[in-house]
Design a protein around this ligand. Structure first.
Ligand SMILES: [Zn+2]
Length: 476
């Protein structure tokens, strides 16, 4: 009597298939990790991009890879590779994040190029599939002064393909981030110059509202030149920091050196910023003492101006563009200012409300030049690190966020005209508006074009529209 043979299916030890990940280029490799008895199941199908760009400082999940596994099976995730120790992956969901916030100044990847190599693996308990992934870490000021940062997109977003016959155009608030924030520093104070290296090390674009009369302090021009080179903005805070009424009161005891008008004060400072600091234009201002008597002069000279009233800016509409408010820091301040936790709470509030928050800083301590309103440099930089960690806060200069906010208003206010199946929006850029700016938009489906060229879909979830073109067309 013959022994009954047990059929045992043996899967080849080497890979059985290569799958091109749908998201572009990564080679997923299927290989068995368990010898399966009986009929083989299909290997999990894994979708991982070849490369993903993330910003330094991020600790939130930056990628949710997806996998298809056989019916009745569940995926379990793991990883390997050269730089795997720097990351954590959720075994149940595949959610991938850094263990510690990456810092482009201190690369922690094996070859110290800020491009981390890992291999993502998913198993269904019988068979597994793996794919290499390169995580490229970008500096927060990547792309120069006007570069829009990339919103976090843990999953790729499919190009909308609806056929409603209506474009359904909408502009993403805050370039696709949940909220926006600007750090502004007034009066070009000595303590800001002395603490500039710590601010620079955060590599976020900020706005320094300067008074050229303060240029007696060492490294004044050099500091602001370097800030421009880092992508930050130098804004106009007038040359002599007087009250506007004092400029015209003919009283030699008030603002003795002041120029003859609010406009002359602004123009002198803008000239300084262009010629001595080398910034190509000056688009935003902040009022000395929050003095609104400067407003008429600012309106004809700047895209937006910052006041000092408490509040935040909603996307699209509402706020006075010539009197942007200041975000409030909760709780009492000591001689060293507020703790970082208070600043972080304000960031959470802005994220919760989806608004643009603007911080104003004066003196940064420790310093021998305390001009009042002190906050600690450690709290400021600690708050920057906190804002970066979520990946959902757009941190940028007033001109950059202001141009997006104004641009959104322009496009939303444009009434589309439809002719021969083509819907077209047109707008006119206002005076004092910076060039080279973009908006991020979505539509229900169809094709968007500018100057006859179709716009390409970004898998983070948007089309990018050039504001300079002043026209946008759509066809089904
Ligand atoms: Zn001031």
């Amino acid at each position: 009597m013959n022994r009954k043979r047990t059929l045992r299916f043996v899967i080849p030890a080497l890979s059985v298939a290569f799958l091109e990940a749908c998201s572009g280029g990564s080679k997923a490799t299927n290989s068995p990790d368990v010898q399966a008895a009986g009929k083989p199941s299909a290997a999990p199908v894994l979708s991982v991009p070849a490369t993903v760009n993330v910003y330094e400082g991020l600790t939130a999940t930056f990628l949710m890879p997806s996998a298809t596994v056989g019916a009745g099976r569940s995926a379990s995730w793991s990883m390997s590779g050269l730089d795997a120790a720097r990351f954590q992956i959720d075994p149940a969901t595949g959610a991938l994040s850094f263990r510690q916030a990456p810092d482009t100044a201190k690369p922690a990847d094996a070859d110290a190029h800020n491009d981390y190599d890992i291999v993502v693996q998913v198993s269904d308990g019988q068979r597994s599939t793996q794919a290499p992934l390169k995580v490229q870490v970008l500096a927060w000021n990547d792309g120069g002064a006007a570069g829009l940062p990339l919103p976090l997109a843990a999953r790729e977003v499919a190009r909308p393909a609806g056929t409603t016959g209506q474009p359904g155009l909408r502009v993403l608030d805050w370039a696709g981030f949940k909220a926006a924030m600007s750090y502004t520093f007034d009066d070009s104070q000595p303590s800001q110059i002395d603490h500039y290296p710590e601010l620079k090390a955060q590599r976020v674009r900020v706005t320094y509202y300067i008074n050229p009369v303060a240029n007696w302090y060492p490294n004044f021009d050099a500091t602001w030149k370097d800030a421009v080179a880092q992508g930050s903005e130098i804004g106009n805070h007038t040359t002599h920091h007087c009250r506007a009424a004092e400029l015209t009161d003919n009283d030699p005891n008030t603002c003795p050196q002041g120029l003859g008008s609010a406009g002359a004060e602004f123009d002198d400072t803008s000239d300084y910023i262009r010629t001595k600091i080398g910034q190509s234009g000056v688009w935003t201002s902040a009022y000395p003492f929050g003095d609104m008597d400067y407003k008429p002069a600012a309106t004809s000279r700047f895209m937006v101006a910052r006041g000092v009233w408490p509040g935040m800016v909603a996307p699209g509409t509402g706020s006075d563009l010539m009197n942007l408010p200041l975000a409030q820091v909760p709780g009492a301040a000591t001689a060293d200012g507020h703790p970082v936790s208070a600043f972080n709470t304000a960031v959470d509030t802005a994220l919760g409300q989806g608004k643009w928050m603007i911080y104003l800083f004066h003196t940064l301590v420790p310093t021998t030049q305390n001009w009042g309103g002190a906050e600690s440099i450690a709290a400021v930089t600690g708050n920057m690190a906190y804002a970066k960690s979520s990946g959902t806060m757009w941190i940028d200069s007033v001109v950059n966020i202001g141009a997006y906010w104004r641009g959104q208003q322009l496009l939303q206010a444009a009434t589309p005209a439809t002719l021969g199946g083509v819907t077209t929006w047109t707008w006119t850029l206002p005076p004092n508006f910076p060039s080279g700016r973009k908006l991020r938009v979505v539509v229900n489906g169809g094709t968007l074009t500018q100057n006859g060229t179709p716009l390409s879909w970004n898998a983070r979830g948007y089309y990018e529209v050039s504001l300079d073109a002043q026209s946008l067309s759509w066809t089904q």
